[in-house]
Structure formats: structure tokens, C-alpha cells
Design a protein around this ligand. Structure first.
Ligand code: GLU
Length: 483
């Protein structure tokens, strides 16, 4: 098989979008599956919109997802530089080659002239295509324009009456009529290349064999194929992925929720869950089992089986999936991931590492994102508890609760709080004792829970007691008793 080389070529004009992460993932998977190379190229030729912070965000986001690249600006490689702004001196010679061979020409039209052409097209209800006014300038005309101080752009001379056909790996056969393309700019008047030109030169020089990207680039592909052909270069294979839409079928945007990988990570989505979820935006596992690791996905991945239609980004499903990963994650690993969220709100030195892990273990069940834990654990810290609304009036201050708490505070003096099993049993005894008096076990437990957590539901109560210890327990129960 030929050397498989794929790439992701993000522009650092924003934080890495989850859609770009999906494109990166599918390229990565394709490389893994075919023992190829995955290349990262930073397309920062638009110097005004690009910045180094976004480049760093691209690195961090791809790394967070485990999508490590074989070649790139930071790790180097045989075909660098991998940052487009360091490649400016590469493009002009190819532009010249095309001009010399008659595939491109200098265009001196001014903005005003082009605007006038566009307005004409609108008036005549026609799609705008450049008039080709400068395609066949005489030497004298050219010199005259230069004398006037005009700085030319370079346009590609699109051939007439050509059907551009390619077999898209995802969408099947696609056809374009060259007469509808129009002579497009490949080099701007400041001598920098346009996207369509730079991307071809870079992909060609970097020996990219397969270009997998969003379908918003399909019309660019037709232009790019013409450039490859004019340069006498081998045309790579293309695969265009459907778009990612929100549940309302509009383009996924910030108003729907987070869209940058780093924002998802900040909120406490696990990278394993994110990657798994993003893979399902277009790919379906052959065994129907949706929860899969990156390696399992790579083994099962087949670009030709990718859905050619758009995918819907369901935040609810991502939440569910993240919850599944939180429930199953190794407790030590999960505790480490959760610590930064806790540290912002609590003094973690109050608990030992073992207690902290125990706390995470007994509170992880309902979590959707890691940050959620913060609101579920305040009573594990500090001496006093904050009571939720109405807990005092409705639960603690009833006759039944007061009776329960008075007995518990006495009995607890002899309980071993370090022994979870024992605490379990002791609470069982208390429930049984009050049941004999006609008090429902549920009510008994509510009283205790409300006194030590300030809430009516939450983590297993014997675990809470075990973690906060006897002193705090007795202190809080005493405080809840109205003397
Ligand atoms: N820089 C382009 C983008 O971010 C790359 C497109 C491509 O993959 O060719 O859309």
C-alpha cells in the first residue's frame, strides 16, 4: 500500500473547535488504522487573525484528546516547516511556474473595477464570475499598469468546459463544471498566497496522500485539483465529512453551549468521553456498542463507512456519556482529575488522600461533569453545615427528628467511626429501634442526614460519617438538637 499521510491544518484564529477536533480525530484514526502518519500543520498565513495563544490552544486541545501527531511545528519532521507563516518563501516559485506555463496570470483590476463587475452580475441576476479582463494583457498594457503603481494579484486560469470529477471517500463521486468556477486568486497583491494555493503546495510538499476535512471545503477541492494538475502533481484522495449541527439543525455555535475543546475540558468533560462522543458524529461502531476507547475505535474505523450526512451534536448524549466514564474511571485517576475543582472551593488538607478518594467514590454516581461535584460535597469540609431551604423547619425540628437525634448523639459515643461496616450496622440498629416505635426508617435517616449534611439526600450516610469522623458528627448532631 502507498504511504498513507494525512494532516489536520487548523488556522489559529480561535480556540480549537469541537468540529475541527472531529476532523483531527478522523484523520488520526485513518492514519492509525492504515499505519500511516498524522501531520499537524498550523495555517497561520492570515497574520492579522492568527495568534500564538490559539496555536498553543490547538496543541493543548489535541493533546488533551490524545490525538498526538507524528510531525508538526513542535516535533518537526522531514517535510517542515509545519507552520505556514514560516513557508512564505516557498510559494512564489510555484506561482511563477504556473505563470510561465500559462496556467496563471497577473491581474491588475482595482477593487472598484471588481466591485462594478459584481454589481453588474447582481443587476443581471447572474452568479458573479471574474470577467478575465487581465487574462491576455499585452506587454504594453502590463507595463502601463505597473507604471501606474498598481500591484497585481495572480489568478489561476481556470480551463473552459472541463468536468472536474473526483471520487470522494465519504460522499462518492462528485462533479464540478469548470465554467462555473471563475479565475480565482492564488497570490494576493502583497505576494502572500491565498488558502487554496498554499494548501495545495503544502499538501504536495508534505506528501499528503489523503485529505479528510469538512464538506464546507468541497468547492475548494475542485479548484485545488486544477492546481495539482497544472503543477503536474499527483492529486491526493479526498474525503469530506458532513457538518456538525445543533439539535435545532442550525450550525453549532456558542449559543448552544461550549464549542471549544478547551471549554469542554474546563467544565470537566473527560477526554476519553469527548473523543468517544465526537467519533460517533459520523462513525458507527460495527458491533453497535457505543462506549469505546480511542484504540478500540481506531481498530474498528473505516473511512468508507462514515455517514455522508450531517451529524447532530446532542449535549444530552455527551452528558450521559461523560457520566458513564465518570462512573467507571479508576478512583485514583478520577480523584486526581477532580481535585482542581475541589481545591478552588475547599481546603483539601482537612481530608487524607484515602478519605478524599472515598468521598469521590460515594459522590460520583450522579455526576455529569467533574465540576458538578463541588455542589455535592460542602458538608465534608469545615465544622458547621449550611442547611438547605426548609430543612430545619420541615425535617430537623419535628418531634420525631428531635427524638432520633437525642438517642443518636448518646449512642454514637461508643461507635467506631473508622469502621464503615460497623457504622452501617449501628445505623441499622437505630432504624430498627425507632421502627418499633412506629417511626419509618426513612424518617430516622432523614433526621440524621439533615443534621450532619444540611440536606435531605446525597451520598451514603455511613460513608459520610466515616469520612467526617466522630467529633464533627457529634458536634453537628448536638447543634441540631433544640434544647
Ligand atoms: N486552515 C483550513 C481550515 O481550518 C484548512 C482546511 C483544509 O483542511 O484544507 O479550514
Amino acid at each position: 500500500m502507498e504511504n498513507i499521510r494525512v494532516r489536520i491544518a487548523p488556522s489559529p484564529s480561535g480556540n480549537l473547535h469541537i468540529g475541527t477536533a472531529r476532523t483531527a480525530l478522523f484523520n488520526y484514526l485513518f492514519a492509525k488504522k492504515n499505519k500511516g502518519k498524522f501531520v499537524l500543520r498550523i495555517e497561520d498565513t492570515d497574520l492579522e487573525r492568527s495568534n500564538a495563544e490559539y496555536t498553543q490552544n490547538i496543541y493543548d486541545s489535541l493533546k488533551a484528546l490524545g490525538l498526538n501527531w507524528d510531525e508538526g511545528p513542535d516535533v518537526g519532521g522531514e517535510y517542515g516547516p509545519y507552520q505556514q507563516s514560516e513557508r512564505f518563501d516557498i510559494y512564489p516559485k510555484y506561482v511563477q511556474k504556473l505563470i510561465d506555463a500559462g496556467f496563471a496570470y497577473e491581474c491588475f483590476c482595482t477593487q472598484e473595477e471588481l466591485e462594478a463587475e459584481k454589481e453588474d452580475a447582481i443587476k443581471n441576476k447572474k452568479a458573479y464570475i471574474y470577467s478575465e479582463k487581465c487574462r491576455n494583457l499585452t506587454k504594453e498594457q502590463r507595463e502601463e499598469f505597473i507604471k501606474q503603481g498598481r500591484k497585481p494579484v495572480v489568478r489561476f486560469a481556470v480551463p473552459k468546459n472541463r468536468e472536474i470529477v473526483f471520487h470522494d471517500l465519504v460522499k462518492g463521486e462528485l462533479k464540478f463544471d469548470s465554467n462555473l468556477i471563475g479565475d480565482f486568486v492564488i497570490q494576493k497583491s502583497n505576494n502572500t498566497p491565498t488558502y487554496n494555493f498554499a494548501v495545495v503546495i503544502d499538501d504536495m510538499e508534505m506528501k499528503i496522500s489523503h485529505i479528510i476535512r469538512g464538506e464546507d471545503h468541497i468547492s475548494n477541492t475542485a479548484k485545488q485539483i486544477l492546481i495539482y494538475e497544472a503543477l503536474g502533481a499527483e492529486v491526493p484522495k479526498f474525503g469530506h465529512l458532513g457538518m456538525i449541527l445543533a439539535t435545532d439543525r442550525s450550525k453549532l455555535s456558542k449559543r448552544h453551549g461550549a464549542t471549544a475543546v478547551s471549554d469542554f475540558v474546563k467544565q470537566g468533560y473527560l477526554s476519553e468521553a469527548l473523543v468517544n462522543f465526537v467519533a460517533l458524529l459520523g462513525w458507527t461502531p460495527s458491533d453497535g456498542e457505543e462506549i469505546k476507547s480511542l484504540n478500540e475505535i481506531a481498530e474498528d474505523f473505516d473511512i468508507t463507512k462514515i455517514s455522508s450526512s450531517n451529524s447532530v451534536f446532542e449535549y444530552d448524549k455527551l452528558n450521559w456519556m461523560n457520566g458513564q466514564y465518570i462512573k467507571k474511571m479508576d478512583i485514583k485517576k478520577l480523584t486526581e482529575k477532580i481535585k482542581p475543582y475541589l481545591e478552588q472551593n475547599y481546603d483539601l488538607s482537612e481530608l487524607t488522600q484515602a478519605q478524599l478518594e472515598h468521598m469521590v467514590e460515594v459522590t460520583r454516581e450522579p455526576l455529569t461533569v467533574l465540576a458538578d461535584i463541588v455542589k455535592d460535597v460542602p458538608f465534608f469540609f469545615g465544622k458547621d453545615v449550611d442547611f438547605e431551604d426548609k430543612v430545619k423547619e420541615d425535617v430537623l425540628n419535628t418531634e420525631v427528628s428531635q427524638k432520633v437525634l437525642k438517642k443518636v448523639v448518646e449512642d454514637a459515643q461508643t461507635w467506631d467511626f473508622n469502621n464503615l461496616e460497623d457504622l452501617h450496622e449501628k445505623l441499622g440498629d437505630i432504624r430498627a429501634f425507632f421502627k418499633e416505635q412506629g417511626i419509618k426508617p426513612k424518617e430516622t435517616m432523614w433526621a440524621i442526614r439533615a443534621a450532619i449534611t444540611g440536606r435531605t439526600h446525597g451520598a451514603d450516610i455511613s460513608a459520610v460519617m466515616n469520612i467526617i469522623g466522630k467529633d464533627k458528627f457529634i458536634y453537628r448532631v448536638k447543634n441540631a438538637i433544640i434544647s
